[in-house]
Design a protein around this ligand. Structure first.
Ligand SMILES: [Zn+2]
Length: 236
């Protein structure tokens, strides 16, 4: 009986895919029935950094001399007009939160033997509540959710808060922007982070200023150790 039901469900799914072909979030080709979110070709070919295997990697160096971090890694190299950029774009703007969860699970499986697996808590970079309401979800939280599932590390979405929207920064000078970034984020209930190791997770790590902003209240108010994970990162 169960086999029959499964067959009917599979038949229904194939029929749906025929009517509404699903596209790979990175390259746009039609997904085969057994493929999910990205095609097998992209799963193998998107440029992975393997930075979790190297402690003093290029992404860790971005923060050297600025803030004290434990480990920094990202799954993919970020490049303009690339499959990785498409993937992030769809995650943020195509109402596809499942892309974030998928990538988080994918990365979580790779990180099981790494030092990241020893952390106590995952803190996604928060969106301003207005922006989250507009988008319907926080893309970094979706990535964190997938990581949390695979690594068995709790995800906390209430401790790290965004006080201002960051768009207002664009017209400001670099120095203003720096002071501004430092005060964008706040920490609720800092006592819970004493002696803990937290992972801040973001979609794309570019200059690193968002991560520095998130780390500022944690480093100022607690003795927690901080690591960082991104879906993608830019090497500069
Ligand atoms: Zn693809």
């Amino acid at each position: 009986m169960e086999t029959q039901i499964r067959k009917i469900v599979q038949w229904g799914q194939s029929f749906l895919h025929l009517l509404y072909p699903r596209a790979c979030a990175a390259c746009g080709t039609t997904l085969k029935q057994q493929e999910e979110i990205i095609c097998l070709h992209c799963e193998l070919e998107l440029p992975q950094t393997n930075s979790h295997e190297q402690a003093q990697n290029a992404f860790y160096q971005k923060f050297a001399g600025k803030i004290s971090l434990e480990n920094v890694a990202a799954l993919y190299m970020f490049g303009k007009s690339s499959g990785v950029q498409q993937l992030i774009h769809h995650l943020k703007y195509s109402n596809c939160p499942e892309i974030g969860v998928f990538v988080g699970r994918l990365y979580g499986r790779k990180l099981r033997q790494s030092h990241f697996a020893q952390a106590d808590m995952i803190l996604p970079v928060p969106l301003h509540p207005h922006k989250q309401q507009q988008r319907g979800y926080n893309q970094s939280e979706m990535f964190g959710l997938g990581l949390s599932e695979e690594l068995g590390i709790p995800l906390n979405t209430t401790m790290l808060l965004r006080r201002y929207e960051s768009e207002t920064q664009t017209r400001k000078s670099r120095i203003d922007r720096w002071t501004n970034t430092k005060s964008i984020f706040a920490l609720d209930n800092p006592d819970c982070l004493q002696d803990k190791h937290v992972i801040i997770v973001d979609d794309v790590i570019t200059t690193g200023s968002t991560i520095e902003g998130c780390a500022a209240p944690i480093l100022a108010q607690t003795n927690a150790k901080i690591s960082v994970l991104g879906i993608a990162a830019l090497v500069q």
